[in-house]
Design a protein around this ligand. Sequence first.
Ligand code: BGC
Ligand code: NOJ
Length: 814
Amino acid sequence: MNYGHFDDHNREYVITQPDTPLPWINYLGCQAYFGIISNTAGGYSFYRDARLRRITRYRYNNAPGDFGGRYIYVRDDDSGEFWSPSWQPTQAKLEDYFCRHGLGYTIIGSRSNGIEARTRYFVPLDENLEIWQVTVTNHRQRVANLSVFSAIEFCLWDAQDDSTNFQRNFSIGEVEIEGGVIYHKTEYRERRNHFSFFACSEELTGFDTQREAFLGPYRGWGNPAVVESGKSRNSEAHGWAPVGSHHVRIPLNPGESRQVLFLLGYQENPRQEKFDPPDSLIINKKTTKPIIARYLAPAMADTAFERLRLYWDELLGLCQVETPDVHTNRMVNIWNAYQCMATFNMSRSASFYESGIGRGLGFRDSNQDLLGFVHMVPGRARERILDLAATQLPTGGAYHQYQPLTKRGNNDIGSGFNDDPHWLILGVSAYLKETGDWTLLDELVPYDNAPGSEKPLYEHLERSFRYTLDRLGPHGLPLIGRADWNDCLNLNCFSDTPGQSFQTTTNKDGKVAESVFIAGLFVLAGRELARIACHRGLAAESSCYLAEVLKMETTIREHGWDGEWFLRAYDDFGRKVGSKENAEGKIFIETQGFCSLAGVGLKDGLPARALESVRRLLATEHGIVLQQPAYSKYYLELGEISSYPPGYKENAGIFCHNNPWVMIGETRVGNGDAAHDYYSRINPSAREPISDIHRCEPYVYAQMIAGRDAPTHGEAKNSWLTGTAAWNYHAVTQWILGVRTDYEGLRIEPVIPKNWPGFRASRKFRGVCYHIEVQRTGPGNVVSLEVDGAPIQGNLVPLPPAGTKTVTVKATLR
Ligand code: BGC
Ligand code: NOJ
């Protein structure tokens, strides 16, 4: 069953029923001011850091999960009836409800008793505020005397503290109301120099800022006393829970429409200029008032919205494809790229599955996110790489996470995830391939942010590589440390105490357990590093890296191959993990995918055999599961992986992030049918007709789909913030469609399904627009290229002379 449909022309997903199986969300903002918004207007906003600068409140694990949001109430002042045009929170009956989630905006609207109300929510580019454009239309034959109320609940900034420290927080809330604008300024009197504002374009009939006054005792957001009575209390919050609510009256003639604008923004003042007058505690609003005035001017909101639209036109225009498959087109051209922006901005911090108060930005996560983002805003990718590298430790290891506001490594989780350093090499290589900006490598970057420790970024990459060589185990394979990509394979943890963190508890000295996955990663990253070194003219170093890579490949062939597939690891007893010798967890996807994509043992046909085993043992109609057979009980020596019930998450769930590794592996052995088939099984758009099973949003990837051992096989969870976004984008654009960035230029090497007659793509690369047309003349993957009408050898399109604007590439596959 569908809960809506794609509107590809407008690049929107249109939800037509408010009670979707789960809240289906969108993100507002793509630079510094962010919001999450669900199809019923639930969600919250924050500035840069979802934990430390939370603007509006969210209550965790609520039912429904998106409760609390950017609410509007419309009241018919003649009858006293009131409703929420976004259905929540009143849940009054609506006609023609719709929610259009678009690129950086959401429009929610409906009709009730002949009154139509729609709200467009968005964050203008380069501003730290969100606009709600509410349009109310009277379709009745008579005059309608209406009231509109806005409602938000402020968060007292640190979202973690806000939801726990009530003995203090109930006494510190402060607001100011001036000229119809509600300012939230809790803790501004002391060490904060930031505040938020909530403004309205119309003259106010009243306002409220004290939650209890607005709602009334023993009432909730579904029936606030103020809305029910039609009378604001003009309450001023002193402690308790500051909220923001405006009340405006809008009498509408038959057929008349009116717009009411609301602005919710974040603002900082220089420490010395916080107060006005300086010896008072009143917020200095000198810089804020002009911003408010500017955006409350009616035409400005439309102009800002148009700018946002053009921005996304431009970003998406960088890579557009026209294939025979509508789901491929839709995901590549619109939603997958859009999701890559969200994962770049949020890493794994804030969604309805990531609380925003837990993790900051993950080192491995953010590096991988670059794969799907770097072509969009390379400048921001560059900055991210430098921030990440600055959290690297002198050993070459890395803090597993860092806080986006402070850009400092997170000590609570620390380091010791032995795969982490290699992702930096891959992030950097993706950037170099996209931009050709080799100056990046000369940037001076500190270790652990310590002043004086700055070294060229290139040296960070070397240390990443050496980190593994300094930590080899008994078989010559990399020691796993706390975990590798699979955060739940905790082979040195041996935790038997409830509540201990699997990620940080380490009971073993870590000298035995080895990871075949890191070995595969080392091979891939090492090859890139060798090419990078070569480009820097360091031929000897380059050969040295290659020699280590070859050695590791040999080690994998000797100690990491199980006969029909790649082993996963060795545990602390030196026993195999992911082997036919095991009763459970005989075969894991990660090493099949990653070793295949890295081309380990390609000459001996190992990837083809490993992939054949994947097909036989791991593939399901809903995607490829992480391992089989699922662990049926908790294994002390394996860690968190066996803590999950079978079929969920890392214990044999379909962990979508690693499915594209298998897809890329399939392209490397020339199997375009299999690659695209796997791609389609987890493609959210292709799964839209089974929304009742899938349950998460049909326009973005989820981290996990329940595996076949789970009673809910096919059900997705943890949508939006997942490495799945970047990896699928990378797999489909660069390997299946084969429009692949490389240091020397763009390669065209498609490995597409046999029954595709071809496809077209346009790709902007280093300032040049490549128009690519691929035509199949035979069933294979052998490619011949014509560039601007002239045949060339090989699959690398040479970089055109400076000043060239477009290049036409004709590729023939036979
Ligand atoms: C999850 C992993 C996640 C890890 C770190 C585990 O509980 O299963 O997917 O990476 O926590 O936050
Ligand atoms: C989610 C984490 O964010 C990611 O870093 C990890 O690789 C996967 N889970 C697998 O455990």
